[in-house]
Design a binder for this molecule. Structure first.
Ligand SMILES: Cc1ncc(COP(=O)(O)O)c(C=O)c1O
Length: 382
């Protein structure tokens, strides 16, 4: 039995349905649900000792090649991006560069800042679903404060070359803020090699955890100069809370680590699950996971093309990810019909978005394609 067959056994959902929507909200696997149930059992029994949430921080740091001091716990990607947006300073006539393929939470925090400043937001426009480096080169200038971008675009799965974009930003003294919600847990991320300044993710998609747990990475050199807008007991130097005698309510001594961006108690229950999921991902190895996902999505693209579908996902291997999108008429109706047959995909960008994870099989994809043909053959509305 290979590792993926063994891991598939951890996912009871495969007995009920063909789940191909990890770009949405992923099903929970047995190790995650057992960890959560174990935690709940302890809590029900009145166990006082609580879960050490630092284990989640450490595992996520390991996954992205950061230090755990560079990782803050945030409930989701949107919060992480909003924190990053509000840490930066926007001098007069400054701009932020983003793209026209972004999930709303990538852009909204800066639209909010623009409401009370003259910040310019520049949109790099996609060309047939691709974001070209030359267009980032044109958009970024010495007034750019940050390039704000998803690692993998949520609609068509286009994977951006973060290192190249970071280099363009850094040449002009700008920073790069990354939404990794559609890549963390599926694609390799190395914040050092890719020269990333901020990176935020939630855990309930490719990281296979529950909702309520997320991470914000802030590059070491940026932490101490960053002043968080919201603060609470969790933002201050940890030692202050080791003994009640040291509590100091006359002075705010912020943590020297990314904890300064935390405010209060996180959802421990969510991080219990997220930790179990991270352990599974790290045990399998992110390179292996990425290769497996690529094998599945390559297969899917070939089969869809054979069946005459138009692929909306750019197909260059360096820009591919776990998301495949193909054109479809009435995609919502079709997604609903597939749902009734136990196949979970989603409707995006006038097409159908399919996002298999490492425990899916070619057989899952073939069954999806069979059902797709069946509903294609049905008269519309039936
Ligand atoms: C790229 C991207 N960012 C963020 C989110 C969601 O963010 P949050 O977890 O904060 O709700 C999604 C959800 O689909 C997404 O695709």
């Amino acid at each position: 039995m290979n590792i993926f067959q063994k891991i598939r056994e951890y996912f009871p959902c495969v007995k009920e349905r063909i789940f191909l929507n990890h770009a949405g909200v992923s099903p929970l696997c047995i190790p995650v649900s057992e960890a959560i149930q174990g935690y709940l059992k302890n809590k029900v029994s009145g166990e006082e000792e609580d879960f050490d949430v630092d284990s989640a921080r450490k595992l996520f740091a390991q996954l992205i090649n950061a230090s755990s001091e560079e990782v803050a716990l945030v409930p989701n990607t949107s919060t992480g991006l909003s924190i990053a947006a509000n840490l930066l300073k926007y001098p007069r006539s400054s701009n932020v560069v983003t793209t026209d393929l972004e999930f709303p939470s990538v852009v909204y925090p800066w639209l909010r800042i623009k409401m009370s400043s003259n910040l310019e937001i520049r949109y790099v426009k996609n060309i047939e679903g691709r974001l070209r480096l030359e267009d980032f080169e044109k958009a970024v200038n010495d007034d750019t404060v940050a390039v704000v971008i998803s690692h993998v675009e949520y609609g068509n799965g286009f994977k951006n070359d973060l290192k190249a974009i970071a280099e363009i930003a850094h040449e002009h003294g700008a920073l790069i803020v990354v939404d990794a919600c559609q890549s963390a847990g599926a694609m390799n991320i190395d914040v050092k090699r890719q020269e990333i300044d901020f990176l935020a993710t939630s855990c309930y998609k490719w990281l296979l955890g529950p909702s309520g747990a997320g991470f914000l990475y802030v590059k070491r050199d940026l932490i101490e100069e960053a002043e968080p807008i919201f603060v609470g007991w969790a933002s201050v130097k940890h030692e202050i809370f080791e003994t009640v005698d040291l509590w100091n309510n006359t002075q705010l001594i912020l943590s020297e680590t990314a904890r300064r961006f935390e405010i209060g108690t996180p959802s421990l229950l969510s991080y219990v699950g997220a930790t179990a999921a991270l352990e599974l991902i790290l045990k399998c190895g992110i390179e292996k996971i990425e290769n497996r996902i690529m094998e599945l999505t390559n297969y899917l693209i070939e089969k869809l093309k054979e069946d005459g579908f138009t692929i909306q996902t750019p197909q260059e291997s360096s820009n591919r990810s776990g998301i495949v999108n193909f054109k479809a008429s009435k995609p919502k109706e079709k997604v609903e019909k597939l749902h009734q047959k136990g196949v979970i995909v989603s409707a995006r960008m006038n097409g159908i978005r399919v996002s298999p994870h490492f425990y899916n099989t070619k057989d899952d994809l073939e069954r999806f394609l069979e059902y797709l043909k069946e509903i294609e053959d049905q008269p519309s509305g039936s």
